[in-house]
Design a protein around this ligand. Structure first.
Ligand code: 5GP
Ligand code: MG
Length: 178
């Protein structure tokens, strides 16, 4: 299937499931080497990362823990607009090696806020992993050592990512057709 319709938009095949799985496996292998002996805690950011996380973590062969959190916008508190809050973190992360598992980093503002909130809990170290990065849109300084694909500033859908709540179940990654 080279094009799909999600709601009112057409999307064209951009990265096939086969390519994705190959890159995800490479990434997992690198993590297995780098993080051996650290018993990392993988912090999966819902919703978009659920497919990436399921594939990545089944290729992780070192002892590790996995937990799921959500980043929500805090409403009606700050005049600066987007203030985020972290929901669902029940583990104590003090002294732990934490690996954030994110679907896509666009401006980087969400990740920057997440890092700030996690650092208050005094982990030993935090490393960012993201399936996709849009380097052309990044507006903050972020070190993203674990990434699968750098992509153009186009809207994409599939493999966990949605367009207006739909399309997360598509096997491949698709790019919007203007
Ligand atoms: P940032 O704070 O880095 O600008 O935003 C990251 C969030 O924006 C992602 O977690 C995702 O929810 C959303 N996002 C950014 N670009 C895309 C895209 O191309 N497709 C989809 N489906 N979501 C995106
Ligand atoms: Mg996300």
């Amino acid at each position: 299937m080279n094009t799909v319709q999600v709601k009112d938009k057409q999307f064209a095949l951009y990265i096939s499931e086969e390519e994705i799985l190959a890159r995800v496996k490479e990434l997992a292998n690198r993590m297995n080497t780098d993080l051996a002996g650290k018993n990392p805690l993988f912090l999966v950011i819902l919703n978009g990362s659920f497919v990436f996380a399921a594939d990545l973590l089944r290729d992780i062969t070192i002892p590790c823990e996995i937990t799921f959190v959500r980043v929500a916008s805090y409403e009606g508190v700050s005049s600066t607009g987007e203030v985020k809050q972290l929901l669902g973190l029940t583990q104590n992360i003090e002294g732990r090696t934490v690996i954030i598992v994110e679907d896509i980093i666009d401006t980087g503002f969400t990740m920057k806020e997440l890092l700030r909130m996690l650092e208050e809990k005094h982990p030993a170290e935090i490393h960012i992993s993201s399936l996709l990065v849009k380097p052309g849109n990044l507006q903050v300084d972020l070190d993203i050592p674990y990434r699968c694909f750098d992509i153009a500033n186009e809207f994409i859908v599939g493999y966990g990512l949605d367009y207006d709540h739909e399309g997360r179940n598509l096997r491949h990654i698709y790019q919007v057709v203007e």
